[in-house]
Design a protein around this ligand. Structure first.
Ligand SMILES: [Zn+2]
Length: 468
């Protein structure tokens, strides 16, 4: 599901400024009862927004831009030297094009770095640190060959008559958590007692079925999460202090501990709410990032999700007439996101290692397969945090924590609206092959259509791009 930070929904950053607040980089987010259930996003520039009746205490002037040395929530100061090996890798034209066409926000303010004819000058830790200089390659020079953990289709060993996904290492990342965690994560949807659709359980089913199909085509498949439990070993209580600090920074030093009995804005201004968010949204994705980059080292990651439209209160959800599909690739960074040094470093690492050159066409092919199988129309973003980046109306670039941290091509799938009535009923039927009767009509399994679409899209892509 998509994710929308509080700062973007209840008010804008300028709205927060109107309250005289410094806009912190927090994880403070929209409560579940009013917004679309939402997704793992970059936690930049979100703000706690005070209800009008309760203006926050006076805070420092909001006009001063934060230092480029700040970090995203739970982010680690990066090793800037790691980027130096990319000096001489891209021409200025290649850098400019990737920035303009993929990584920048449409019509956003300029990024916090400097581009000269010779080099990119990036601020590192903070205002007073030396900028990192990454030289541009001159047109006639060859780029030095750099090793990476992932391989593009054209660099895989020739097929030589073997199945089309032979040698390909694919990690499947079932979105969210399952079982008892689904309610905390607001990925639990139930229109009647005794039945429920939980995104994190359904994505695990999709991953397990998909894994077998991909293995049969020769792929080496791993699951980033292979049980309902989290990958991170930390739990919400480990983030109580961090949650308190975040709330204090945002002008709420006396936040309540528990959200029991609270709703709306009051609920999210609690230590419990914020520490749970830090656990399942931030710590969990960081743990998955470490697993992907240090252990699994795949050629690509498929992040498996199901989408939803706003369903209102968890205990009285509403159906939506909408049903749609899109995939996300990494890009569309705002200036405020790039002022966070870990985010800036991660984006540049992706751009300079040319991940987008593989990720975009791969995503377009995969989503085409899913569109053919599901017959879903393309979702259309109206917010500024996502942008079209290919010919395909189904592909959007967006800066999510997962597609930024995983250091390889990532295709982040968002088919189906779980609270679309027919989709909800199909999802309750789980995974099956063939057709079954639903309200007097024969229907396929939505999860099986999802799996088949992904298999079709991957097969097409690797058949077109691998050496025979
Ligand atoms: Zn999701």
């Amino acid at each position: 599901m998509r994710f929308i930070w509080l700062g973007f929904i209840i008010t804008t950053v300028s709205g927060a400024k109107a309250f005289g607040m410094q806009v912190p980089s927090g994880v403070l987010e929209k409560p579940p009862t009013e917004a679309a259930p939402s997704e793992v996003a970059s936690p930049a520039a979100s703000a706690v927004v005070a209800p009008a009746s309760n203006p926050p205490p006076s805070a420092p002037s909001a006009e001063k831009e934060p230092s480029p040395g700040q970090l995203s929530p739970l982010g680690q100061a990066p090793d800037w030297k790691e980027l130096e090996r990319y000096s001489g890798q891209l021409t200025k034209a290649e850098f400019d094009k990737a920035w303009k066409d993929i990584y920048s926000e449409l019509n956003g303010p300029p990024p916090p770095w400097q581009v000269t004819e010779e080099a990119l000058l990036v601020p590192t830790q903070g205002d007073r640190s030396e900028p990192l200089k990454l030289a541009f390659r001159k047109g006639q020079e060859d780029a030095p060959t750099l090793s990476s953990n992932w391989r593009r289709a054209a660099s895989l060993p020739p097929l030589a008559g073997r199945p089309v996904l032979s040698d390909l290492r694919i990690s499947l990342d079932p979105g969210h958590l399952g079982g008892a965690w689904a309610q905390m994560e607001e990925r639990y949807l139930s229109f009647r007692q005794g039945e429920a659709v939980c995104e994190g359980d359904l994505t695990l089913i999709v991953a397990r079925v998909l894994a077998e199909r991909l293995k049969a085509l020769g792929a080496v498949v791993s699951l980033v999460r292979d049980e309902p439990e989290p990958v991170t070993r930390q739990r919400p209580k480990d983030f109580e202090q961090a949650a308190r600090d975040l709330l204090t920074q945002s002008g709420f030093p006396d936040a309540k501990l528990s959200y029991k009995g609270l709703s709306g804005d009051a609920k999210l201004l609690t230590v419990q709410w914020q520490s749970e968010k830090l656990f399942y949204r931030v710590s969990e994705i960081h743990a998955r990032g470490t697993k992907v980059n240090a252990e699994l080292k795949p050629d690509l990651v498929l992040c498996l999700h199901l989408n939803a439209e706003s369903w209102g209160a968890a205990n009285a959800p509403q159906f939506s007439p909408q049903n749609h599909l899109h995939v996300l690739v990494n890009g569309c960074y705002s200036r405020s996101e790039l002022l966070q040094q870990d985010v800036r470093h991660e984006m540049l690492l992706r751009l300079f290692s040319r991940i987008h050159e593989e990720e975009l066409p791969l995503a377009a092919s995969v989503v085409e397969g899913v569109a053919r199988r599901t017959q879903l129309p393309a979702y259309i973003y109206t917010s500024t945090n996502a942008r079209r980046v290919t010919e395909s109306p189904y592909v959007y670039a967006r800066n999510l924590l997962a597609n930024r941290l995983y250091q390889c091509p990532v295709v982040y799938l968002e088919p189906f609206v779980m609270n679309h009535e027919e989709t909800y009923r199909r999802l309750l039927l789980g995974h099956y092959q063939g057709r079954t009767l639903l309200g007097g009509k024969l229907v396929t399994s939505a999860l099986e259509d999802y799996v088949r679409g992904v298999v079709d899209g991957l097969t097409d892509y690797y058949r077109r791009n691998r050496q025979p």
